[in-house]
Design a protein around this ligand. Structure first.
Ligand SMILES: [Fe+2]
Length: 337
């Protein structure tokens, strides 16, 4: 597996924190960690970094479905006529044809932006220019210039509304604690989402299949230091792992890798893989595309009310998984550990 180089073909790869293909876009750094060509057209992932005041004007996409996880700092998200103040760990679901834009509010803001059905790499190369640096440049963030907006509109799936995000300073409260039904835009506070438990691992659904027309699911996995999960592979869906807290060991295609916060692993179908959580509080966020793996979690886990994993493990229902194995996109390699 090559490290820190986007492979250009659908394959398993690792991108360490801060690495990836970088563009300077209106004073912000766009770091691509997954492009369409690296994922077989399934998904793209970009980390937007910038300082207080950096903005992205209001716009919408006809086809691209965006999914946000705030990694650091604070950011105003303007979404379908409402404004939300997002902090680290907050999530946003932004379906196609939803007007949105943002303004960063802290000096070290970073947001992980997944895109499905779009052309993020083309978008950032049209809006910005290749950039050698690993952090946004010094000085006041510049705005995105009109000529580059025009280039992006003609080449990519984006339409600007012509407005900057409003600056009233008034924010909406978060309306929901779980993903609502359907393709609606919504935001979730850190820790909210539908929670499920298996053994000592807590899974938090941030987007269900129903929120994405089946194109992806997004969930967090959180737990203490534990055992290695069984080696397995999937035939139909791609799995991604973005480490948020703690330390984890991963195995993919026979290689052992240690993932630290900010590290990203792309695991396409037919890649034998496994993970183990290695620190007392370890958490990762994953986008799985397409979203067909959701029934696995409903089979393996039970509903869970609390926001932190239990001190003593709950049952993991591998018995139910084994009974339904033929219906789940899961191929176990060897016996469950
Ligand atoms: Fe998997």
């Amino acid at each position: 597996m090559t490290d820190n180089i986007l492979p250009g073909v659908k394959s398993a790869y690792l991108i360490r924190s801060g690495m990836g293909e970088r563009y300077l876009v209106g004073g912000q750094l766009a770091t691509l960690i997954a492009r369409s060509e690296d994922t077989g057209g399934l998904l793209e992932a970009t980390i937007m970094s910038g300082g207080a005041g950096a903005e992205f004007p209001l716009h919408q996409h006809a086809r691209s479905h965006e999914s946000w996880y705030v990694l650091a700092g604070q950011i105003e998200l303007h979404l379908a006529g409402k404004a939300y103040f997002l902090n680290r760990g907050d999530y946003a679901n932004i379906p196609p044809n939803t007007v949105h834009g943002y303004r960063m509010r802290s000096h070290y803001t970073r947001v992980l932006v997944w895109m499905v059905g779009g052309d993020a790499a083309k978008l950032f190369s049209s809006l910005g220019e290749p950039y050698e640096g690993f952090v946004p440049p010094e000085g006041v963030p510049a705005s995105i210039l009109a000529p580059s907006k025009n280039v992006a509109e003609s080449a990519c799936d984006i339409k600007f509304t012509g407005d900057d995000p409003p600056s009233t300073g008034l924010f909406n409260s978060f309306e929901t604690r779980v993903p609502p039904a359907g393709m609606a835009p919504y935001v979730l506070r850190e820790g909210e989402g539908e929670r499920l438990i298996a053994a000592e691992q807590l899974f938090g659904f941030l987007a269900h299949q129903g929120n994405t027309n089946g194109s992806f699911i997004t969930l967090t996995t959180m737990g203490p230091k534990g055992d290695r999960i069984p080696d397995h592979f999937h035939e139909k869906h791609t799995e991604t792992f973005f480490c948020l807290d703690g330390v984890m060991t991963m195995w993919a295609n026979g290689e052992e890798l240690q993932l630290l916060p900010g590290d990203f692993l792309h695991v396409p179908p037919n890649t034998i893989h496994s993970y183990r959580l290695d620190a007392p509080f370890t958490r990762f966020v994953g986008m799985l595309a397409p979203g067909l793996f959701e029934p696995f979690f409903r089979t393996f886990c039970d509903p869970y009310e609390a926001y932190i994993f239990p001190q003593a493990p709950k049952p993991g229902r591998f018995d139910r998984v084994i009974k339904k194995l033929a219906e789940l996109d899961l191929k176990l390699v060897g016996p469950p550990r």
